[in-house]
Design a protein around this ligand. Sequence first.
Ligand SMILES: CC(C)(COP(=O)(O)OP(=O)(O)OC[C@H]1O[C@@H](n2cnc3c(N)ncnc32)[C@H](O)[C@@H]1OP(=O)(O)O)[C@@H](O)C(=O)NCCC(=O)NCCS
Length: 165
Amino acid sequence: MHSFKITPFRPDALSLTALLDLCFGPGRLARTAERLREGNVAVADYDFCAHDEQGLLIGSIGFWPIYIGEAPALLLGPLAVHPDHQGRGIGEQLMQTALQAVEETRFPVVLLVGDLPYYERVGFQVAPTDVRLPGPVDPSRLLVKGASADCAKLTGLVRPAPDLC
Ligand SMILES: CC(C)(COP(=O)(O)OP(=O)(O)OC[C@H]1O[C@@H](n2cnc3c(N)ncnc32)[C@H](O)[C@@H]1OP(=O)(O)O)[C@@H](O)C(=O)NCCC(=O)NCCS
């Protein structure tokens, strides 16, 4: 079994683009979640990546500041693990490490678009139906993590919040 190492920094743009293209395919920039990254600034404190023993980038996670209605929050994503290295716990470890860094910060809620069966392992649940994205999204894939009281009162349009960085 090959080893991997998780470290707290943003990969260089070329390596990251290559990994994301491989994991998500060419249509990735058309996704609704991408509308929340355009014109936004990733929160560097929560950038983590995984490298193999040769130092090659094999996994990455990033977070972006957003407003859900008037509530400050973070968008999780993209989370990507190189196809040759999937199923080894790298994705879950990237999430656990980053979400631990997010805890007890000024962002009480994390939102993402993804599959509940994967993300519920780390505490995500389906968002209230009043939460809307700036484009089409399957409501069962709009997920949030945070204290129950904070998540229950979420409502309104989600938009980029570069002013929170
Ligand atoms: C989703 C992804 C990040 C998971 O990374 P990973 O390192 O393979 O995940 P882990 O090793 O932590 O977990 C693997 C487990 O999650 C399950 N899993 C992976 N993707 C899943 C999904 N979309 N829905 C449900 N379960 C999923 C696997 O079946 C496996 O289950 P097991 O532990 O019972 O065998 C990776 O597959 C990936 O990059 N996919 C392409 C990009 C993508 O879809 N990113 C997420 C966008 S929301």
